[in-house]
Every structure is written in C-alpha cells, then in structure tokens.
Design a protein around this ligand. Structure first.
Ligand code: NAD
Length: 454
C-alpha cells in the first residue's frame, strides 16, 4: 500500500511539475487555505487530546504555521534562483553556480506533542523546495492524525502529498522503502532506528530529537523575568515541549528568591487549582502520566506534586534534592516536573551539563555578558536563549535543530527550504578560450601548475 503510494509519488515527481516556482507558490497557498477552513476543528482537537488552551493552540501550532507559509511565499522566488558564486583564477573563463533542487519524495514522521505544527511545518519546507511528501503523524493523537489526513487530502492529490496514518508498524514499513529524504521529529532512541533504516538506502535525513535541556540562572539575573519566563517555558503544554527547560541550575545565593517567584507565577498563570485551569494542558496518555508520576517520589517537592492518573493530569511541580543518578535525571522528563540544583560557580554548572549529551536547547539567565559568552563558548547545544525560554524556535531567521544526540540538520524559514534541497554545484566553462597548461602535451605544464596551485 505505502509502496504503491511512494511509486505513484516518484512517478509524479519525475514529471517535473512540482519544481516550478509558480506551482510551489500555488500549493503553499492551497495549504494555507485548507488549514484556514479547518482552523476551528484543529483548535477543538488540540483541546480534546491535549487540552491545549486556545492561546497555546493558536500561537504555538496554527499561527506558527501560517507565519512559516507566509515567510516561504515571500522569499521563495529568490531562494529558488541559481546562486552565482566566485570562481578561482585556475578556472579562467568559467562561472560557478549553485542550483537548489528538490530531493524527490520526502518522508516526514511526526510526534504527538505539537501534533499539528510538527507535521505541517516540515511539510511547508518540503513543498517550498519542490518535493512530494508522505506525512506520518503520531498514533498517540489519533484524532489529529485523522484531521491531518482530511486537510491534506482536501488540499492535494495523493500523488503529490499524502498522509499515512498508523503506529510503529506503519512507520517501520515506511522506513523499509527507498525515499529520497527523511525528516524525523521524535525521541533519541527512535531517531537511531530511523537513521539505521535510512542507512540501508543511503537516504539523507534530518533528525529533530530531544534530550535534557538545562536552564541556568546566575546571581546577577533579573529574577522576576527569569521566574516568569521559566514557568511559561517549562509548563506550556504541561512540559511536553522538546525545548522545555528539563532541569534548572541556579546560583545558591538566589535560589530561594527565584523559587518563591516561580511559585508565584505558577499560581498567577494556572490558579490555585491548576486541575481546573483552562490554560494548563494534559499529559498525552495514562502510560505517559504514570511514567512521570514515578518521578515524583524522587527528591523533595517544593511546589505541586498532585496528580490524577485517569485524568492524565499532573500539577506544575518543582523538586529539590534530586541526585544526578536518580531516574528523573537519566532521561528526558518531557512533563511538568522541574528538578532544581544549586551551584556556587558557573564552571560547576557547566560541569553538570557536561554529564549529559549535547542538549537541544539551553537557557541562560544572567545580566553578566562575560558569563553569557563563557557558557556559549564552553557548552555545545542545538540553540537557545539568553534571558528567555522557547522563543528562539519562533523566528524564521534562526535555523532550529539539534547537535550530537539532540539531532542534526535544521529547519524553519530559509533553513526549511535548505533541509529539503540539494545544492547542485555547476561550473559553466567558456569555449572561447582554453587554458592549455592542464593538458599533458603542454611542455611546461607541471612548472605552471606548481605556480598556480601554491
Ligand atoms: P517517538 O520517537 O516515540 O515517536 C515519533 C514518531 O516515530 C511517531 O510518529 C511514532 O509513530 C514513530 N515511531 C515510534 N517508534 C518507532 C519505531 N520503533 N520505529 C519507527 N517509527 C517509530 O517520539 P514521541 O514520543 O512522539 O515524541 C517525544 C519525543 O520527541 C521527545 O523526545 C521530544 O524531545 C522529541 N521532540 C523533538 C522535537 C524537535 O523539534 N527536536 C519536537 C518535538 C518532540
């Protein structure tokens, strides 16, 4: 079934129809219109499956995608043009160009935490770059998966873009096929499986993975702003955000003050009873809730700690006194629980981060420019913010992606176009002249080559 669909898309891709700029612009417009016509249902399902508030649903899923589409449409003509680059003297008479070309048929595998945005935003890049695509949404948000299928089939013929629904079995079958490019968003262990499958066909891939993203607050930080932005970044979508601060490192001298302020903002954002708050999301499944609840027995709870497993609900929680060896520090938390560690010097904080793989995100709260620079120079991470959380993901001018175990490749804005493109290097030589020293019959060829290639 999937094999037939892929064959159909490959055949359609070879007609060349998907590559004209006019076609791409038309498809992006169609996608936007299809989303607009289903906007209410998208919001409803995001609320039903994850209890996302209208503000979160719109700003982090739907509005985000509209912005990406608009940005692509605005710049596409410029990006698709062959780019002239310099040519060295050794190539006298020639000109050099970079021709962006689509890979062909892309496979996009998406997770459940931003089930709309993380399926559609990569697709925007695939379309802009001139590819066909098969999108595989997550099985943990089945209603959104079905809606994505509806939206995509309304906008596109399946020979161009199609949604294939299903879980691990369907994903496994898709990964056996020979796609021209794979774009995977999900966990590190599954990322490894995807990369192994891609290696069988030498398929180029983009891996958008996760990990343990730290937040650091030093003694110079603006604590009011830090507390507010940390609470927002950690507890949006109940902590089920790939770039949410996973754990907090705070200078001993300001720890108590910061925690008091964070408690204040948790109450201010979600009320005294967050279980009834319209602004606070649910955990995706009972299984995921149980995994998170098991973390609550580690360390000492500073704030929160209540939960209702059947309701898939966990209170925004801050924990202290956790050890680096506790299970909560052995995997990505991906939920509304924040372990806090005190440090006395920035190098101690950096050493703690180096216990782990390179994180997807890192957040620094400090008014000290030298401290900010020191951390950026010493720690490798995908991307992040100084004095904020999450916001680096929401600009088309900053490529978004990981490094090391948090993934490779990047997207958003021009980076999305690049992620789905191959840049073909072409040298255009003149026939008007012919530099003869490269030929074996030139009497002083070697002498001249030595001079030229010094
Ligand atoms: P996941 O890896 O379990 O699943 C992602 C996708 O892979 C789903 O569509 C799923 O059906 C498929 N899949 C699962 N197991 C598979 C297997 N064995 N073989 C083939 N396909 C398989 O991830 P998740 O639980 O949906 O999402 C959470 C993870 O994703 C977290 O680690 C989070 O950090 C990460 N994430 C990363 C980003 C990013 O942009 N870097 C964004 C969101 C989530």
């Amino acid at each position: 079934m999937s094999a037939e669909l892929l064959a159909k898309q490959q055949q359609y891709f070879r007609t060349g129809e998907t590559t004209s700029v006019k076609f791409r612009l038309k498809q992006l417009k169609k996608l936007k219109e299809a989303i607009e016509s289903y906007e209410e249902q998208i919001m409803e399902i995001l609320h039903e499956e994850l209890r996302k508030s209208p503000l979160e649903a719109y700003s982090m899923e739907i509005g985000f995608v509209y912005k990406e589409i608009r940005f692509m449409m605005k710049h596409l003509r410029k990006w698709t043009k062959p780019k002239r680059v310099k040519t060295p003297l050794t190539h006298l008479g020639a000109k050099s160009f970079l021709y962006p070309e689509p890979y062909g048929v892309s496979l996009i595998i998406a997770p459940w935490n931003y089930p709309f945005q993380l399926a559609i935003a990569p697709l925007v890049g695939a379309i802009a770059a001139g590819n066909c695509a098969i999108v595989k949404p997550s099985e943990y948000t089945p209603k959104m998966s079905a809606l994505l299928k509806k939206i995509i089939s309304k906008a596109f013929d399946e020979q161009y873009v199609a949604v294939v629904e299903g879980g691990v079995d369907v994903s496994t079958e898709l990964l056996k096929l020979r796609f021209d490019h794979i774009f995977f968003t999900g966990s590190v262990p599954v990322g490894k499986i995807v990369m192994e499958a891609a290696s069988r066909h030498l398929t180029p891939l983009t891996l958008e993975l996760g990990g343990k993203s730290p937040a650091i607050v030093d003694e110079t930080a603006n604590l009011e702003r830090a507390a507010k932005r940390l609470v927002w970044g950690k507890f949006a979508n109940a902590g089920q955000t790939c770039i949410a601060p996973d754990y907090l490192l705070v200078h001993e001298a300001v720890k108590e003050q910061l925690l008091e302020k964070m408690k204040h903002y948790i109450r201010e954002f979600y009320g005294e009873q967050p279980e009834t708050s319209e602004h606070y999301a649910k955990i995706v499944s009972e299984r995921h809730t149980k995994r998170l609840v098991s973390f609550l027995h580690q360390g000492t709870i500073v704030h929160g700690g209540r939960y209702e497993i059947e309701q898939r609900w966990i209170e925004p929680t801050i924990i202290e006194g956790v050890s680096w060896d506790d299970p909560i520090m052995q995997e990505e938390i991906f939920g509304p629980i924040l372990p806090v560690f005190a440090f006395t010097s920035i190098d101690e904080a950096i050493a703690s981060i180096h216990r782990y793989e390179k994180p997807l995100a890192l957040y620094i709260f400090s008014e000290n420019h030298r401290v900010q620079q020191h951390i950026i120079e010493r720690v490798s991470f995908g991307g992040g913010c100084i004095n904020d959380t999450l916001m680096h993901i929401a600009t088309p001018y900053l490529p978004f992606g990981g490094v090391g175990q948090s993934g490779f490749g990047a997207y958003h804005g021009k980076a999305s176009f690049d992620a789905f493109s191959h840049y073909k290097s072409v040298l255009k030589q003149t026939t008007a002249l012919d530099l003869s020293i490269r030929y074996p019959n030139h009497p002083n060829a070697l002498k001249w080559m030595k001079r030229l290639l010094k």
